[in-house]
Design a protein around this ligand. Sequence first.
Ligand code: AP5
Ligand code: MG
Length: 224
Amino acid sequence: MSDLNLILLGPPGSGKGTQGERLTEDFDLPYFATGDILRAAVRDSTEIGLEAKRYMDGGNLVPDQVIVEVVAEALDDEATADGFILDGFPRTLGQADALDAELKRLDRALTAVILIDASDEEVHRRLGGRRTCRKNGHIFHVTFDPPKNAGVCDVCGAELYVRDDDKPETITNRLKVYHDQTEPLVGRYRELGLLKRVEGSLPPDQVGDRIRALLATLRMEEEL
Ligand code: AP5
Ligand code: MG
């Protein structure tokens, strides 16, 4: 079987992180979520983190060159031999060009770009209630996926926190940035025959089942 090189694309709050965690467990592949990587850099006050923070707090994208280097380094690693899952990258046409160039250099190709779609209204509902575990990053929602005890992670008992960019005005800007700068990637990957759209407004298990089904179909086609 060939390597499984996946991109998770979609508006903020559509469920990329939720499904990314499931896919990582199913396929045992390295998972690179650029938002998580940047938040860790902010927490550790690294040079990249200090630069990224002012963009992230306003819901804007960090400059392409900052994130492209981070992803290129992550992909150029033996751990990705069987494939990888990218969540939140690429997010601009420039980043998509840089990814193409890096994959070409590594003699690799994308398997599929999974678009998890959701309306702006649904995004506001979801991000307003998101809670994330400080320790393991597991994602909850106060209504749609509540933890057993409020504010505490079911998995490890650590504290749950609200992301700095989940304020209503920042969510509105993140959506605008998505529509302006990231949505053009949908057409690009559709033309390349790589785009697989999944309805993200369904419950998480159903979204997960649909993604698994489309990946199984891709595998079958590969074997024919
Ligand atoms: P990032 O962390 O990537 O944020 P995002 O793309 O805005 O996406 P989110 O993480 O907010 O949402 P998600 O789709 O993962 O949804 P989740 O599963 O959590 O990026 C943050 C910032 O970093 C950017 O704004 C930018 O500044 C910077 N950045 C990152 N990458 C960059 C790049 N490549 N270039 C430049 N800058 C970059 O789910 C959300 C909520 O909904 C949760 O509460 C969850 O429990 C719930 N939920 C999930 N699925 C369902 C469902 N099916 N039904 C009901 N509820 C659900
Ligand atoms: Mg996420």
